[in-house]
Design a protein around this ligand. Structure first.
Ligand code: C2E
Ligand code: MG
Ligand code: MG
Ligand code: MG
Length: 286
C-alpha cells in the first residue's frame, strides 16, 4: 500500500488521520448507545486498611463490554472526554453508585463508595444543583459517598472549584484528590483545596521496589498527608512485598490487584465476607 502511494506521503497521513477520526466518531456513537441502553456496568475495587485488612470502602469503576469484549476506560475516555457524554456518564455513575450503596445499606452493610468525577462535570454550572438534588432524593449517611477528583484544577478556576467542593462536604460527601502528584499543580495550590483524602497513583506504587525514586515520592506524599491532616489511599498494591513496604513507609490504606481487581457489584458483599473471615496469611509477617 505504501508503495502504491509512493510520492504522496501526505495523502497517506491524511488517510490515516481520517481513519483515526472515523474510529473516534464511531466509538463515541457506540458509547452513547451503550449509555442509552444501559449496557454499562459499575465494577467495584475494594479498599482496605493495610494494617487490619478491614475493608474501608470501594471505588466504582465503569465497565463497558462491547460485543462481549471489555473496552478499557483508557480506550474510550479519549473519545468522550470533551463531550457532553462525559457528563452524562458521570451522572449515570453517581446515580448507580448511590443505588448500590443504598442496597448494601439495606442489607445492613456499610460500604462507603468512591466515584470518579471528571473535571468537566465538576466545572459545569449544573454540578452543585445536580448533587443537591441527588442527595435530597437519595440520602446517604455522612461519609458513605466520596468524590475522586483529579488535581488538574487550574489557579484561575480554583475559587469556584473550592466553593463547589465545600458545598459537597456540607452535604456529607467526602473529597479525594485522585492521581496525586501527577498533575501540574504546586503543593501550595493543592494545599488550599478542600479535600479529605490523597490518592497516590499506581504508577509510583507498582514499581515501588524496583525504582528508588518512587519510594522517595511515596515518602514525600506520606509526609504531606500527615502534615496536612489528610487520609492517604495507595493505588496499585499488586503484591505482598509492595504491601509490606507501604506499611513501613507509613501508608494506611490501599487498593490493588494484589488485594482484588475490580469486580461486579453483586460480587462485592460476598468477597468482603470471604476476605474478612479468611485467615491472616502467616507468611505475611510484619
Ligand atoms: P483511577 O481513578 O486512578 O482508577 C484506578 C485505576 O487503576 C483503575 O483502572 C483500576 O482498575 C486500576 N488498578 C487498580 N489496582 C491496580 C493495580 O494493582 N495495578 C494496576 N496496574 N492497575 C490497577 P481503570 O478502571 O482502567 O480506570 C482508569 C481510569 O479511568 C481511572 O483511574 C479513572 O480516572 C477513569 N475512570 C474509570 N472509571 C471511571 C468512571 O466511572 N468515571 C470517570 N469519570 N472516570 C473513570
Ligand atoms: Mg479514582
Ligand atoms: Mg487514581
Ligand atoms: Mg489513575
Amino acid at each position: 500500500r505504501a508503495k502504491e502511494k509512493r510520492g504522496s506521503q501526505f495523502r497517506y497521513y491524511d488517510e490515516k488521520m481520517d481513519e483515526q477520526i472515523q474510529r473516534m466518531h464511531s466509538l463515541r456513537s457506540e458509547f452513547a448507545n451503550a449509555l442509552l441502553r444501559n449496557e454499562l456496568e459499575l465494577f467495584y475495587q475494594p479498599k482496605i486498611d493495610l494494617h487490619t485488612r478491614e475493608v474501608v470502602g470501594a471505588e466504582a469503576l465503569v465497565r463497558w463490554y462491547r460485543d462481549n469484549r471489555f473496552v478499557p476506560p483508557g480506550e474510550f475516555f479519549p473519545a468522550i472526554e470533551d463531550t457532553d457524554l462525559m457528563r452524562k456518564l458521570d451522572w449515570w455513575v453517581l446515580r448507580e453508585a448511590i443505588r448500590h450503596a443504598q442496597e448494601w445499606q439495606g442489607e445492613g452493610r456499610v460500604i462507603p463508595v468512591s466515584v470518579n468525577l471528571s473535571a468537566m462535570t465538576l466545572k459545569h454550572d449544573s454540578f452543585v444543583p445536580g448533587i443537591e438534588a441527588l442527595m435530597a432524593a437519595y440520602p446517604l449517611p455522612v461519609g458513605h459517598l466520596e468524590l475522586e477528583v483529579l488535581e488538574s484544577v487550574s489557579q484561575q478556576e480554583a475559587e469556584q472549584v473550592v466553593a463547589k467542593l465545600e458545598r459537597c462536604r456540607e452535604l456529607g460527601l467526602l473529597i479525594a484528590l485522585d492521581d496525586f502528584g501527577t498533575g501540574a499543580s504546586s503543593l501550595v495550590h493543592l494545599q488550599q483545596l478542600p479535600f479529605d483524602t490523597i490518592k497516590i497513583d499506581q504508577r509510583f506504587v507498582r514499581r515501588l521496589l524496583e525504582a528508588p525514586g518512587n519510594e522517595a515520592i511515596v515518602r514525600s506524599m506520606v509526609s504531606f498527608a500527615h502534615y496536612s491532616d489528610r487520609k492517604l489511599v495507595v493505588e496499585g498494591v499488586e503484591n505482598q512485598p509492595i504491601w509490606a513496604r507501604l506499611l513501613e513507609l507509613g501508608c494506611t490504606s490501599g487498593q490493588g490487584y494484589g488485594i482484588s481487581p475490580p469486580m461486579a457489584s453483586r460480587q462485592l458483599p460476598g468477597w468482603i465476607d470471604g476476605w474478612e473471615t479468611s485467615d491472616i496469611n502467616l507468611d505475611y509477617n510484619i
